[in-house]
Each structure stands twice: as structure tokens, then as C-alpha cells.
Design a protein around this ligand. Structure first.
Ligand SMILES: Nc1nc2c(ncn2[C@@H]2O[C@H](COP(=O)(O)OP(=O)(O)O)[C@@H](O)[C@H]2O)c(=O)[nH]1
Ligand SMILES: [Mg+2]
Length: 693
């Protein structure tokens, strides 16, 4: 075979469900390529991928990690992505700059569904990817069955490249490569041994090879003809069909192995070496234009205590030298350091070349997703920025109200939260004015737990997080007329104001309306705004303890005193009329209701409908989700008070893949026992507030 010319540095993202073995695979790759002298393990918490305290303590990746190495004279960067669905945005942004992805998964039938959202993302973006079926040392399932289950969730044909060799006890001891038709025995920590083809494998091998060729022939008429004529295509031809179809995301090659035992890892590296497109091809796939000048894209922003801001970039066109000025089309910044990354151990270097993944220091004002080019090239940067294609952060699904233990830490907290959100755009903050809480929004409980832990450890902020209050409101169901007089005689100036107010319910969604029908100057014009202000002030907390909405107050009569009347007195009288009148208006609690659209695989639809009903929800309907074969969308109205932990229960009922979109819809009356409970809970706060005022 002619020598393949050396490629520019390539980048591969390791993705797939949580616990599939991505971090272990990275460790094995780094050992096999001699980037590290000895392998760490998840158990001992000493892997390159999971070096952060948060990842170590959980034995689970909670952020992406980058490691560069070289294999057979070519440079590679691997990005180990967190698998948990709560961190999926992190994985998606890494995939945006990768030349290809290795989807690591366990060959099980039950967990196949968990791959569906990831495979859909890869196919929607046409990102070349192959499957690495891991943990072959520990599973007994037939690869065929696992493959069938995985095929059911992949829109692209899966093309098995190897078949396992098992010993008598059914343990996998090696594999047959279906293209080279050679048999190998796994050797822990070393390259596999070439062994004679076992007799027992002949038939299985032939059948699987035929399957591979037929799948490739679907995309090539010449190959199809050869197969029909029973001509055997050359190995070189098969390799080139594979590489071409992988690059255009038409097929998904499937490789086997056991990362923990280093089994199949060198084979994987070799096939990556052959088949992964180079950065120039990726640039074309992404539709980014390079005019030969420096071009890089930020896929992750980090803040560290001592080094400051670090932007992780893929260099599409280099070199990018330390000290260079880079621009995202709006902001131009001078680069203050180029880092080469291997887990926790980054080293400074003079420059990064085309294809490299590097850390660029102190790019203030530059955010994740930005395309950077040299300063004079603003137009090129703007054109290249292509903002429409960068994945938008998913809508938040879970919130905690956060507070610091010390009041004085509030400013520090808001700064720290801003940084967390810059590092991870799938987090967001909201100051809820109804409940006066600071809410941290994210993708699930684990996501927020990790964020709070960061605040405590990296920012030294002792914070607490609890379930947010529901912004209940209240209204009235009956109108009355109320007379109120405020009169005080205490030496010198007295206070006098007298008002008659009609209080009426309004239609839902009307808010508050004030009207005056004063005739003959019973209340002088200049005092009327004070009456309104007093009323509005009262409405912040009605008889049940919540903000009052959908009420009208009509000031229709009153009295005044030439000397003792004042704005202050009329304000007090307005509030008094409400305080005395409102409890007689049949007040009722209003609870916020959200419209939700729940996305789940069809198998779970009826279970999810029951789940909605047990949460006092009202199903509006369900339908096949467009663009998602085999998935449904259930739409429903759900009280907001039932939504705090909805995502947790939804995920546990749907193997983790169920999700939902939501929007506030309306306020609905809540009566009876549930309402009494909520009002009773509010009462102590009410009393405290009264005592304070
Ligand atoms: N039996 C077996 N276990 C593995 C293999 N690869 C990883 N594991 C184990 O699977 C668990 C999850 O591995 P990890 O690399 O953290 O998975 P990740 O969540 O995909 O990064 C760890 O306990 C690993 O030791 C393998 O090839 N065989
Ligand atoms: Mg991991």
C-alpha cells in the first residue's frame, strides 16, 4: 500500500452515555500513544480525563477534558466529553470543532435508547462518527443483538467492522477484522497478536463481511455491480469506501473493544488514522471560510483562580502565535499565552498550528462559539462567524434558589454566577421579583449540585440552594364598596383622609386597574394619585399573603380637611380601604400553570401521560414528534408547583432521554385543602413582615 501522507493535527471527541467508558478509553489511548507513562483508573481517581475534584469525587466526568498526543507521527487531540444528559451542551460544543466523534457505548439492548439524542445531533450536523462497543470483556450479549438495538436508534446504517472471537467460556479474547480478514488476540497493554483464523469463525466472518460490503454498496453502483458479479473488491477499495462514507456521515462504522483492558484500542487508533477527515475537510463541512490567515474557534471558556480566563480553541488555520491580536469581528484582543493541554497539565508554547486544539489566555470579551481571526480581518471573521450554526444552549429545566450565608457576599455571588454561566451557557440566572429569590437554572439536579460546589470550592462562597418558591398570586371573586377614614390628632398638625372605594374582580390576566369617579371635589385632584399609590402598595400582599392581581379599585367618594389632609394621609386611607375591604371580597389563591411539551420515545408515552395526571396536569394531546422517528410529544397544562422536580421523575421514567419544553401559560384558581396549606405556610412570613413594618 502506498504510504499515506501525514495529516494536519486532527481532533476527535469521545462521546456517549455516562459510564460507557469514555474516560477509560482516553486513558488507554494516552497510554498506547505514550503520552502518559502509566494508566490511571476511574476507581483510583487518577485518570487524565477526570482530574477535577468534582469529577474525582463522583467518579464521573462533569466537564470536557482535552488531551493531545501523537500516533504514528501524526498529532491528535481527544476531547473526553461528559456523558450525562445534564452536561450534553458541553459535549455538543466540543463536537462542533471535532473532525469526527467516537461514540463509546456498552453493547446492551436496554441502554441503546440513551444514545438516541446524541446520534440525532450527530446526524443533524452530519458529523462523522463511529461506534466503539466497549466492555466486551464483561458482557455476554451477542454483538448481533446489541447491534440490532443500536441500529433501531441510528438513522444511519451501522457497519460492523470486526466480529468477536470468544473462548469456550464465551469470554471475548480477540476479533476478526472483516476487511483484512485477519484474526487477532487481545493483549492487555500491548498490540494484539496476529493469530491464525479460527476454523469456527469462518462462516460468521463471511456472513458479516458480506453484510459490510452490501451496506457500502448502497452508496456505490460500481461496488454493487462487483457484488452482483461475485467479484471480490480490493481491500484498498473497501477502505476508501469506508473512509468516504464515514466522512460524509452516510455510514457508522462499528468497532469492538474493552478500554479497561486496552483491547481494541490500537485498532481504533489505526482506523481513526485512516478514516478521520482532516481539518481542511471539516472546515468545508462547517461552511467556514478561511483566506489563509489565522482562524480559530472557541468551544469552551474556563476561569481559573490563578491563570484567569482560558479560551479553548480549535485552530482551523494557523499559526496563532503568542502575543498576536485576534478579533471576533467586534472585539480585538491581544493574546497573552498559548497553552498545550493534557488534562490538568498544561504547558505554555510559542504558538499553535493548523488543526491544533489549544488554550488561549486572557481573551477578554470573547465568548464561546466565537470565530477568531487576525485583527485586520474583521470582515472575514464576521463572515466566518456563521452564528446560526453554533448550538444554542438548551432551555433550563431545573432551578434552585441560591443564597449566601453572609449578606455581604451578594456582590461576589453575582460575579461568580456570571462566570459560571460564561463557562457553561446551559446554566442561567434569574432574579425573580415575585418571590425575591435569586434562581440558578440548569439541566438537572446534578448539574446544579456541581455548580453550587464550584461556588463553594473555587469561589469560597458558602452558598445554599433550595427549591424555589412558587410565585402564587391572589385575586377576589366578589365586589364590594368600602369606606375608610384615616384620622389622627396628635398635637400640632393632625392627619385626615376619607375615601370610599369600590373593589371589583376583573377578568384573568387584566392585572390591576385604578379608576376615579370623584365629583364636586370630594377628594381634591392633587390627592388622588396618593390614594392610588396607597392601594397599589397594599396589593403587593393581599389577605392571603400574595400579590393581588385582576382587581379594579374605583375611588368614587371621600372627604378632606383643609389643614390636616396630605398625600401621606390619603395614601394611608387608600391602603386602609383595601385592608378592610379585600377580606370581604371572597379572596382566592391563583397558581401559575405552565404549558409543557414533553418529548419521549413512543414506548413511554402512556407512562408519561400517567405521570402528568398524578401531578395534577391536564393532557392537551399527543402526537408524533416531527423530525424524530419513534418519538412522541405530549402537550399538557401543568401547575408550576408540580414542575420543580418534573425533569427528575421524567428522566427516571424514560431511561434518561425524556425532556420537555415549557412556558408560563396562565393563572388558575386553587381552592380547598391544597390552597389552605399554601396560605398557612405563608402566614408566619406575613406576621414577620407586619412586625417589621
Ligand atoms: N469491564 C470493563 N469496565 C470498563 C471498561 N471501560 C470502562 N469500564 C468501567 O466503567 C466505568 C465507567 O467508566 P468511565 O471511563 O468513567 O466512563 P465514562 O462515563 O464514559 O467516562 C468505570 O468503572 C470503568 O472502570 C471496559 O472495557 N471493561
Ligand atoms: Mg467520563
Amino acid at each position: 500500500m502506498p504510504q499515506k501522507p501525514l495529516s494536519s493535527p486532527r481532533c476527535v471527541a469521545l462521546v456517549g452515555p455516562y459510564l460507557a467508558g469514555k474516560t477509560t478509553l482516553l486513558e488507554s489511548i494516552l497510554a498506547a500513544t505514550e503520552a502518559i507513562p502509566r494508566k490511571g483508573t476511574i476507581k483510583d481517581g487518577n485518570t487524565v480525563g477526570d482530574f477535577s475534584p468534582a469529577a474525582r469525587s463522583r467518579k464521573m466526568s462533569v466537564e470536557l477534558n482535552v488531551a493531545s498526543t501523537s500516533f504514528m507521527g501524526e498529532k491528535w487531540t481527544f476531547i473526553d466529553c461528559p456523558g450525562s444528559i445534564e452536561f450534553s451542551h458541553e459535549a455538543r460544543t466540543a463536537l462542533m470543532v471535532a473532525d469526527a466523534a467516537v461514540v463509546v457505548c456498552e453493547p446492551t439492548v436496554e441502554r441503546a435508547m440513551t444514545l438516541a439524542p446524541l446520534l440525532k445531533f450527530l446526524d443533524d450536523r452530519q458529523i462523522p462518527h463511529l461506534l466503539f462497543l466497549n466492555k466486551l470483556d464483561a458482557v455476554e450479549i451477542r454483538i448481533r443483538d446489541a447491534l440490532a438495538a443500536l441500529q433501531a436508534v441510528s438513522a444511519r446504517p451501522l457497519v460492523l467492522r470486526q466480529v468477536p472471537i470468544r473462548d469456550d467460556g464465551e469470554t471475548v479474547t480477540g476479533y476478526v477484522d472483516l476487511i483484512s480478514e485477519r484474526a487477532y488476540h487481545y493483549k492487555p497493554g500491548r498490540a494484539s497478536d496476529l493469530v491464525p483464523m479460527p476454523q469456527s469463525m469462518a462462516e460468521r466472518q463471511k456472513e458479516a463481511r458480506q453484510g459490510l460490503l452490501e451496506k457500502l454498496a448502497d452508496f456505490d453502483d460500481k461496488l454493487l455491480e462487483q457484488l452482483l458479479e461475485d467479484t471480490v473488491p480490493s481491500k484498498e477499495d473497501i477502505y476508501s469506501h469506508l473512509a468516504r462514507n464515514l466522512a460524509s456521515d452516510r455510514i457508522v462504522p462499528v468497532l469492538l473493544g474493552a478500554a479497561e483492558k486496552d483491547a481494541g484500542v490500537r485498532r481504533l487508533l489505526k482506523s481513526l488514522r485512516h478514516d478521520v477527515p482532516d481539518p481542511a475537510a471539516t472546515l468545508q463541512r462547517l461552511g467556514l471560510a478561511s483566506n489563509g490567515g489565522p482562524l480559530a474557534q472557541v468551544f469552551k471558556t474556563q476561569h481559573a483562580a490563578h491563570t484567569g480566563k482560558l479560551s479553548l480553541v480549535r485552530v482551523w488555520s494557523g499559526p496563532i502565535a503568542d502575543g498576536a491580536t485576534l478579533s471576533d469581528g467586534n472585539t480585538a484582543v491581544k493574546l497573552a499565552g498559548v497553552m498545550r493541554l493534557v488534562g490538568a497539565n498544561s504547558t505554555k508554547q510559542a504558538r499553535a498550528e493548523s488543526g491544533d486544539v489549544a488554550g488561549l489566555m486572557k481573551l477578554d470579551g470573547i465568548s464561546t462559539g466565537a470565530t477568531l481571526s487576525s485583527r485586520g480581518d474583521v470582515a472575514a471573521a464576521k463572515e466566518a462567524a456563521n452564528p446560526g450554526s453554533w448550538p444554542v444552549a438548551p432551555k433550563p429545566l431545573f432551578a434552585l434558589a441560591v443564597a449566601t450565608e453572609k449578606r455581604g457576599d451578594d456582590v461576589k455571588l453575582s460575579g461568580a454566577l456570571q462566570r459560571l454561566c460564561e463557562e457553561d451557557p446551559s446554566l442561567s440566572i434569574e432574579h425573580n421579583h415575585d418571590t425575591n429569590e435569586l434562581l440558578l437554572w440548569g439541566q438537572g439536579e446534578m448539574h446544579l449540585t456541581v455548580a453550587l460546589e464550584r461556588l463553594r470550592t473555587s469561589y469560597h462562597l458558602p452558598v445554599t440552594g433550595h427549591a424555589p418558591q412558587v410565585p402564587y398570586k391572589e385575586t377576589i371573586r366578589k365586589g364590594i364598596q368600602q369606606h375608610a377614614r384615616h384620622k389622627r390628632q396628635s398635637g400640632g398638625h393632625g392627619q385626615f383622609a376619607d375615601v370610599k372605594v369600590e373593589i371589583r374582580p376583573l377578568a384573568r390576566g387584566s392585572g390591576f386597574k385604578f379608576e376615579e369617579k370623584i365629583v364636586g371635589g370630594a377628594v381634591p385632584r392633587n390627592f388622588i394619585p396618593a390614594v392610588e399609590e396607597g392601594i397599589r402598595d397594599y396589593l403587593k400582599r393581599g389577605p392571603l399573603g400574595f400579590q393581588v392581581v385582576d382587581v379594579q379599585a374605583v375611588l368614587f367618594d371621600g372627604q378632606y380637611h383643609d389643614v390636616d389632609s396630605s398625600d401621606q394621609a390619603f395614601m394611608t386611607a387608600g391602603a386602609l380601604a383595601m385592608r378592610e375591604g379585600m377580606p370581604k371580597c371572597d379572596p382566592v389563591l391563583l397558581e401559575p400553570i405552565c404549558k409543557v411539551a414533553i418529548t419521549i420515545p413512543t414506548d413511554f408515552t402512556s407512562r408519561v401521560q400517567r405521570l402528568v395526571q398524578t401531578r395534577r396536569g391536564h393532557i392537551l394531546g399527543y402526537d408524533a414528534k416531527s423530525g424524530w422517528a419513534g418519538w412522541d410529544e405530549v402537550s399538557a397544562m401543568l401547575p408550576q408547583s408540580e414542575m420543580h422536580d418534573l425533569i427528575i421523575e421524567l428522566r427516571s421514567a424514560t431511561q434518561g432521554v425524556g425532556t420537555f419544553d415549557w412556558n408560563f401559560d396562565h393563572l388558575a384558581e386553587l381552592t380547598g385543602k391544597p390552597a389552605e396549606k399554601i396560605v398557612a405556610k405563608m402566614r408566619p412570613q406575613e406576621e414577620k413582615a407586619k412586625a417589621a413594618s
